[in-house]
Design a protein around this ligand. Structure first.
Ligand SMILES: Nc1ncnc2c1ncn2[C@@H]1O[C@H](COP(=O)(O)OP(=O)(O)OP(=O)(O)O)[C@@H](O)[C@H]1O
Ligand SMILES: [Mg+2]
Length: 342
């Protein structure tokens, strides 16, 4: 993976293809797309019915001839053709005008730090299919750190934890590159799955995926009462619709269990770092980003377990694409140190 700021400045579009959301930044325009990475397809005709928010709302509510697909999974594009169709729809009109003035020459896309050559190839092909002649790959952790405003180019340690939909990445960066990093399969989706399983075991009720959000809100003290919140679902035995009062304290424990995997990753990364960098971190602390950074209790869990200062990014969910955007606009200092000229 190369990050040459010169080459990035020549890009006119930056794309973050996430398992949950797709974000597109257009140079001199800003964030033009922030939509769920979901497409709904008519299986009889093969035609695309909806993309983004509308397609997500169809999840679990479709007749047999409509299939809701997610072309991105676990940080990699798993269905290139569908990802291209989804992106073409999402950027559609917003890009056409800009394109007419200046044809798209280069695009930047962020990929996980441990992406294999096939995953990189899939990201490149998705963008070339959209008309990009050149595609620059950027490490999503470096992009997120830049988006959070961390001084990654300095010879000092910065630690970032990006908790997304399917995975959490933990890294220590210095001099614009990753010194040590770990990826654990914990994210918003894993936690939603754990909550669904808990309600199924405790109350014999199958929850719809849309019921998780109100529970998160109840956990953070917003929305519902703290002693219990009502959810609707399908009875496991009878199949009938039923409502139950959920004990919020029980949900709190369920949410915390998968998050301990992130603590192990932080420990593993710190053990691989030289003591100089770890000493920097004791003062500077950890930056928490990614859409799942707002999970109730996550911040306190990390702060209590590490004893280090903890900061949450200003825009935790969009920091990766904003970091890419800042590199495109040239508003950050060189990430790769240029050779000294005599
Ligand atoms: N306020 C919130 N509280 C709790 N969870 C949230 C909140 N907002 C979003 N999420 C969760 O964050 C996840 C999406 O995060 P993000 O946008 O970082 O994912 P992504 O970039 O598409 O995924 P990835 O980087 O893993 O491929 C979803 O699983 C969603 O449930
Ligand atoms: Mg992401």
């Amino acid at each position: 993976m190369t990050i040459s700021l010169e080459r990035l400045r020549r890009c006119s579009i930056a794309v973050d293809l996430g398992a949950a959301r797709t974000r597109v930044y257009l140079k001199r325009k800003g964030l033009i797309v922030d939509e769920p990475s979901v497409a709904a397809v008519n299986t009889r005709t093969g035609g695309l019915i909806a993309v983004g928010t509308l397609a997500e709302r169809m999840t679990g509510r479709t007749p047999s001839h409509i299939r809701v697909v997610r072309p991105v999974s676990g940080g990699r594009v798993v269905d290139i053709a569908m990802a291209q169709r989804m992106l073409r729809f999402l950027v559609g009109n917003k890009l056409r005008r800009a394109w007419r003035r200046k044809p798209l020459v280069s695009a930047a896309v962020c990929v996980p730090y441990d992406a294999d050559p096939l995953a990189e190839r899939a990201a490149v092909e998705t963008l070339t299919g959209l008309g990009a002649r050149r595609v620059e790959l950027v490490d999503s952790l470096v992009a997120a750190a830049v988006g959070c405003g961390l001084p990654v180019e300095r010879p000092e340690a910065t630690m970032i934890v990006v908790c997304g939909a399917a995975t959490t990445q933990v890294a220590v960066l210095s001099l614009g590159s990753i010194v040590a990093a770990e990826r654990v399969p914990v994210g918003g989706e894993t936690i939603a799955h754990a909550v669904v399983q808990h309600v199924r075991n405790e109350h014999a009720l199958m929850l719809p995926s849309q019921a998780i959000r109100p529970l998160h809100l109840a956990l953070s003290g917003a929305g519902a009462a703290m002693d219990g919140t009502e959810v609707h679902g399908r009875d496991v035995a009878t199949g009938l619709a039923r409502s139950v009062q959920i004990d919020i304290e029980g949900i709190r424990a369920v949410v915390q269990t998968p998050l301990t995997g992130v603590l192990d990753a932080i420990g593993a990364v710190l053990r691989r770092c030289p003591p100089d960098l770890v000493a920097d971190l004791a003062e500077r602390g950890i930056m928490l980003a990614g859409g799942s950074a707002g999970l109730p209790g996550f911040e306190d869990l990390l702060r209590d377990a590490t004893g280090m200062p903890l900061h949450i990014a200003e825009h935790p969910d969009t920091c990766a694409v904003e970091g890419l955007g800042a590199m495109l606009e040239g508003s950050v200092r060189p990430v790769i140190l240029d050779p000294l000229s005599p």
